[in-house]
Design a protein around this ligand. Sequence first.
Ligand code: GLN
Length: 195
Amino acid sequence: MPRVGVLALQGDVREHVAMLERLGADVVRVRRPEEFAAVDGLVIPGGESSVIDKLTRIFSLAEPIREAIGRGMPMFGTCAGLIMLADRLVDAIDGQQTFGGLDVTVRRNAFGRQVDSFEGQVQVPALGEDPVHAAFIRGPVVEKVGPDATVLAALDDGSVVAVEQGSLLGISFHPEISGESRFHERFLRRVAAQG
Ligand code: GLN
């Protein structure tokens, strides 16, 4: 079984750990570089991207994570995690940094106030015919997709909410709280394939 980490500095860590364990993975909560060094893939949870950015720098995880992305380590980011994997941000706070890796421009808090949180069915052809039940919680939207990234899903209005590039997967919503396991399975298959 692949050993995977969930970045556990802030955000909805527990839901990801539970989902990955249910799928049979050996899961490590990553808070320190030594813990990160022991995993073959990383999930970056939802939360607040500016806080995750600051904490990963304070705890000396930002550089090792960037290096691992450069080496092709599989990573899966949901919501704030997608923001952390984006090469470019719109509406970032002053000085906010990302790990990068996905050739996309992501807008934080992209949905209007009244609809900043909602649930809906999203078609994700790469995961099969059954739509994904997705929970959006102050989620980002992918505004521009560069030539190196692939769109996996868009809403009816065209907003891109799931992208993939090499071994990186980033989505705007939270499958871990709606019991949708196919993204985590896709991530784990990629980790296993690289092992
Ligand atoms: N709005 C948050 C951010 O900018 C993301 C919200 C989430 O992860 N649920 O980081």
